[in-house]
Design a binder for this molecule. Structure first.
Ligand SMILES: CC(C)(COP(=O)(O)OP(=O)(O)OC[C@H]1O[C@@H](n2cnc3c(N)ncnc32)[C@H](O)[C@@H]1OP(=O)(O)O)[C@@H](O)C(=O)NCCC(=O)NCCS
Length: 168
């Protein structure tokens, strides 16, 4: 992402060269607005970005995809609230100090999210995990394990709450 100061510097330079005339206050306001919305709508990857597969018409906002120990698949029409974390990475906590820090599996812990799923705000998904089509996970829940299709889950750890009925 471009640094805020760098963006401001370019704009001021263009202004000096008479490319356009806008007040400094207006530029500052626009930059502030852009960076504010960007921080809520830009997803981030910790690990290999090629391990993230997003389907068609997905909305993931500012989700964190940790792909250190596996891949993450998100199905068509699935959407997230804000601050959703999908964590494949883990550490061997039977070790200590430097070895605990650095002993991380490279693969084997995948997250699969089906089609039309809603992960509400602040949900954390811990791999390995599979979430069935059209499932809903309530705000602030922590999922570790599988979630049935067409069902609502909530809590920490998230538990099955009910089946979802669908309106035509
Ligand atoms: C899941 C949700 C939509 C409510 O659905 P609902 O069908 O109206 O569910 P209810 O409120 O009837 O709750 C059903 C049960 O789940 C529990 N529950 C609901 N949301 C919960 C949550 N976030 N954490 C823990 N338990 C929850 C309720 O306490 C209730 O338990 P009970 O049957 O023991 O009383 C709502 O709780 C939610 O999480 N909304 C997400 C909001 C959000 O993140 N918005 C951002 C936009 S994406």
């Amino acid at each position: 992402m471009l640094d805020k100061l760098f963006v401001r510097w370019i704009i001021r330079k263009l202004q000096k060269e008479n490319c356009f005339q806008v007040s400094d206050a207006r530029i500052d306001e626009r930059i502030k607005r852009f960076y504010k919305s960007d921080s809520l709508s830009t997803w981030r990857v910790w690990g290999d970005e090629r391990r993230v597969k997003l389907g068609e018409h997905t909305q993931v906002n500012n989700a964190l995809f940790n792909t250190v120990s596996g891949s993450i698949t998100v199905g068509d029409y699935t959407f997230f609230g804000h601050n959703v974390s999908l964590l494949t990475g883990t550490h061997n906590y039977h070790l200590k100090n430097m070895r605990r820090q650095s002993c991380v599996p490279n693969s084997g812990l995948d997250i699969y999210i089906g089609k039309g799923v809603w992960l509400a705000s602040n949900v954390t998904v811990v791999a390995p995990c599979s979430i069935g089509d059209n499932a809903v996970v309530a705000a602030n829940s922590v999922i570790s394990g599988d979630v049935r299709a067409n069902a609502l889950y909530a809590g920490t750890p998230a538990k099955y709450i009910k089946d979802i009925y669908f309106e035509e």
